[in-house]
Write a protein that binds this ligand. Structure first.
Ligand code: TRP
Length: 339
């Protein structure tokens, strides 16, 4: 007998900061998991454009083009707008209303403890030449993130492991609300951390990050990747082909392992034995990466050639999001005795 079990609800998002494009680390760390989960869950995937303002407010930088470009990255990775609501955060004002309301019951001391706040605060203070650059919005970042999640009463949140502390705070806020208003309105959202692929090494040997300019982007063309691979960091002590390589510390070998899980061991052995040179390994790895990214490139092209279609997808996603979010807020307003 078939019983209909309602699908669990899942939500996630990314910030459109930096170049407005996602790199392989973002893809491996989170986006790929979203695509794999969309059949089993009721999904909401959004672009956190308000969150981007915690670092970009006042810089004059445009956010909307980057936000749309991240949405295209979602689609090119294989998120299906029929299965998953895809939208921009700023199109759903309910996130802001819940942010404000949750802010009334979130202790400042919880926020000051968040590791990302402590780091960002130092960076911003240094860049702006003082504490004045540390905004209320930056401190409140995790409250907005909690609102993003709780407004859908999401059960699970697939994110990279860098978001674990934010998720912990979202759970604490949910618990506090439920306790203060004697309700079980908010499920405690669980972080669904992707299987650990290890931090992806960037092409200069450091962590892959847009701020280090060492990343491979989902939007890179085959020529871009070939050129980047040529310059990639390998084994610093390997000056000649006859010097043995150390695959564990080599950006090219790490990418090879990830994108060629069956075939990489031979390349690694020959690298160690100094029988296969870096030039050959780079060329092979570039080909493997290009083959892996080709389906994404094809999907992106379909959507990029038709901006009106992207408009429709985002409008439809936002409409579904607003309906769902408004139902939660009606309850919240009632519980908080605003109505
Ligand atoms: N903080 C996340 C990041 O930097 C983005 C984000 C904002 C988010 N709100 C969220 C992620 C809600 C998951 C759920 O990538």
């Amino acid at each position: 007998m078939d019983t209909i079990v309602p699908k669990k609800r899942l939500l996630s998002g990314m910030q459109p900061t930096g170049a407005g494009k996602l790199h392989l680390g973002n893809y491996e760390g989170a986006l790929k998991a979203w695509v794999a989960l969309q059949d089993r869950y009721e999904m909401f995937c959004f672009v956190a454009d308000w969150h981007a303002l915690t670092t970009l407010a006042g810089t004059g930088q445009s956010i909307v083009a980057d936000a749309r470009s991240i949405a295209l990255d979602y689609l090119s990775a294989g998120l299906d707008p029929e299965k998953c609501a895809i939208f921009l955060q700023s199109e759903v004002p309910q996130h802001a209303e819940l942010f404000l309301l949750l802010g009334m019951l979130t202790p400042v001391s919880w926020l000051e403890r968040v590791p990302t706040y402590k780091e960002r605060r130092e960076i911003v203070a240094e860049r702006e030449g003082g504490e004045a650059g540390v905004s209320f919005g930056l401190l409140g970042y995790p409250v907005l993130q909690a609102a993003d999640i709780l407004v859908y009463r999401a059960h699970s949140v697939p994110v990279g492991k860098d978001q674990a502390a934010h998720l912990e705070l979202s759970r604490e806020i949910a618990r506090r609300f439920n306790h203060l208003y004697q309700t079980d309105l908010f499920p405690e959202p669980q972080a669904l951390i992707s299987e650990d692929t290890g931090t992806l090494i960037g092409l200069d040997g450091r962590k892959m990050s847009k701020s280090y300019d060492n990343a491979i982007y989902l939007t890179d063309t085959a020529d871009d990747i070939n050129a980047k691979m040529k310059k990639a960091f390998t084994t610093p002590t390997r000056q000649r082909m006859s010097d043995p390589g150390v695959p564990e510390g080599c950006s090219v070998c790490q990418l090879r392992r990830l994108y060629d899980p069956e075939g990489y061991t031979v390349q690694w052995e020959e690298c160690r034995a100094a029988t296969r040179g870096c030039v050959q390994s780079k060329k092979e790895t570039a080909d493997i990466l290009n083959a892996a990214l080709e389906p994404l490139r094809e999907r992106r092209k379909l959507y990029a050639d038709d901006p009106a279609q992207l408009d429709r997808i985002l409008a439809q996603g936002a409409e579904k999001a607003r309906d769902t979010a408004e139902a939660t807020l009606r309850e919240v307003r009632r519980l908080m005795k605003l109505v």
